[in-house]
Design a binder for this molecule. Sequence first.
Ligand code: SER
Length: 583
Amino acid sequence: MTHQEIRQKFLDYFSSHDHTVVASSSLVPSSIDESVLLTTAGMQQFKPYLMGEADALEAFGNIRLASIQKCFRTSDVEEVGDESHHTFFEMLGNFSVGDYFKDVAIPLAWNFLTQELKLDPKRMFVSIFAGEPGIPKDKEATEIWKREVPGIEIREQGREDNFWGPPGGKTGPCGPCSEIYYVLDSGKEIELWNLVFMEYLKDEEGNFTKLKQQNIDTGMGLERLVLILQKKDNVFETDLFSPLLETLHQLTHLVEHKNDLKPEQLRSLRIIADHVRGGVFLVGDGVTPLNVGRGYVLRRVLRRAILHGRLLGIEGYFLLEPVRKVIEMYGEIYPELAAREKEIQAVIEEEEQKFSRSLSQGLKVMEKMGKKVDAFVLYDTYGFPLELTQELAKSQGLKIDEADFEKKLEEQKERARSAAKKREGEAEQIAPQHTAAHLLNAALRTVLGPQVHQAGQHLEVDKFRHDFTFDRKLDDADLKKIESLVNEKIRENLPVKRVVTTFEEAKKLGAEAQFSEKYAQVKEISLYHVGDDPKSAFSKELCGGPHVAHTSQLGRFEIIKEESAGSGVRRIYGRAVPFASET
Ligand code: SER
């Protein structure tokens, strides 16, 4: 059975049991759910419904739901490369939002495995929650299992294994669970399907109270199920990965040796395969490489893949082909990948170019460091994620001083904060000149005509230079008129206000902008207007600020000089002289 057929069987089965199939949500959780960085379970998109805060019937037309959810977990990232650990994976799940409970969920799952997929019942056993202070043992689940599958082995386990959630660990819905295990030919026990009997809410203080409703949340890793059904020893041999590994074998010229690879070669190939697949899905959901948050997760997996490419002897850039392969393999199931193919390629290629340059140098520097590896230098100068340095050091039997790394990182952040504060302070100081320049721009257009536009500007603490399009020298009368008009607006003590709007709206309002094409690209732009109503305001310009709050803060305005600044461009030097500074 191919993975496509397995997916279909799952969805068909739950549809025929009155479930509504819901598409996977993004790997980037919705902004309402701040408890997790990335989507790690199928229930996450249903959280408000499971909590009883929103109506599933209204949203999905049903309170029985099923999905195949994209998930990303980083807790096991160091173990990627063995048989069963991944960063990205897919989770098959059925959900009851206050509808059926354990007595339906258990037979539904069991029958799917044994009747639909024909898995051998003798190879399976289950676990139930053994109970802990405050939460009783799940006797009910034991009874249901005994009734449904007489003679099945039932293991009792504690909170660690058989109490699930909340995701992120802090607060949210959770409950005891029952897991179905499958024993491979090798004797290895695989945790196949987790049935969560969600009836508790963990609050901020760590207390458990009963949820408004009893829910079912189940999760079965597609990778593991496919491995079992395709009778493989590990996931990389299933059709979820094999075409990708084929590509990697070709790329690394290991194709003739693919059956007698050294253990470290095998591990590197699998790490690249897992990380490229995960990276493609992250970028597909809009994540870009950064040094913080989910961007850092992406950066880490991409850089780790690049390093392992290097360890396999690849000299140049190589990620593009495997990236294409992943999109080819998954683009039909996840149309967002196919739709954003070019963008995904570009983001990953750029990161590869950025990191490849410093990787070789960094490795050399690390070698020179000998036993005292400075993880901060490698991070700061060569872009090595801490975890990557740790892994490299470990392979040479060395240890990283993590406390030292954290300390240096904190010092660097402090330096950056101080510099930003200083810049902000300087920017505040130029605010009066900046507002005066806006008034001058508006006055020029009023006196000389609307064909006048700003062509350049330079602000200083006590004066500014303003360039504008105009084809002749300004005479004294012009200059007097312009200066008086600005001073009139200062005396009127008009408010200076900022609104956030779209480029289209700003254009309709007749806002002035020097770099219109630049602004046209961005969705939200900031517009400053002088005068209460943006429609009738004397001055309105697209601008990042800062400005004073009221024009009276400018004191008075004077033109210092007027001159040519090239063909068709004039230049005025002017200044606002706030009253306080005149003493
Ligand atoms: N939420 C549970 C899990 O992630 C079952 O879907 O295992």
